[in-house]
Design a protein around this ligand. Sequence first.
Ligand SMILES: Cc1ncc(C[n+]2csc(CCOP(=O)(O)OP(=O)(O)O)c2C)c(N)n1
Ligand code: SF4
Length: 286
Amino acid sequence: MSLPTDFKRKKPLWCPGCGDYAILNSLQKASSDLGLKPHRVVLVAGIGCSGFLWSNYNSNSFKAIHGRVLPVATGIKLANPDLTVIGASGDGDAYSIGGNHLIHTIRRNPNITYIVMDNQVYGNTKGHTSPTAHVGFVTKSTPYGSGEQPVQPMTLALATGISFVAQGFSGYPRQLADLIRRGIQHKGFALINVLSPCVVFNREYTYDWFREHLLNLDEDESHDSESREEAFKICTNDDRVPIGVVYAKERASYQDMLPNLSRTAIVRQDLKGDLARLSRLLEGFS
Ligand SMILES: Cc1ncc(C[n+]2csc(CCOP(=O)(O)OP(=O)(O)O)c2C)c(N)n1
Ligand code: SF4
């Protein structure tokens, strides 16, 4: 058994009202609901306001450079498959500089949960246009309005073969905790995109805007979360923004596809020093 307070560390530094507080609380609740132990969890965070999750969530942790959360998380999972590995990024970290890693991690399907704190802006660099910002979005980096089509995380993930994709909203922390719990339980790569308002640099996508535009799939009993086709239809409807489990269907994970990797995981190897071998190796360099 564990409690949400077991996963508390420093007092968060986010601005008052930032959506990221709810993500932290939801992750702590999901962790305790699953009875996880902080020392059996690794949180890998990127760079950005979102990356501060790293200092606020009590577990083993790794602060990766910008955009590199997923390669680090995959490496940790392969080194010790028994750990619960969670990644956390902003939308810039995940879909811009880290976009290539996301595509290939989805293909590989390692048993990792990836939480993307999507505020549609670069919060940490003081409000630049991000890859999920809409066409026409005005910031200091696009003073005449963004001329780029936004990345659509849900459809991108579906098209690449994701086995679990959900969307949450910081304004609904109870549902978010449940989505994170289900993502951690999922055997394979789980992407949870969280609509998380930046109350300082994004005055368009506010809590009120989301409340008016959300479509809650968890309240729709007819939603078949195992149908990729239905998931595409829901996510390409421009009128409403879906939240809930959009698509979930297990397929072989990276570890299942390459069982040798799990058998030879670093933690399962006898790493006792072999001085004779080391000396021979060093001689080769002399
Ligand atoms: C390699 C590299 N490029 C650029 C930066 C500058 N930088 C820091 S945070 C950031 C973007 C932050 O936006 P996002 O990932 O959406 O996170 P948020 O701050 O909004 O949570 C950038 C470009 C960096 N730290 N490292
Ligand atoms: S700048 Fe925005 S994203 Fe960053 S802590 Fe403040 S409200 Fe949150």
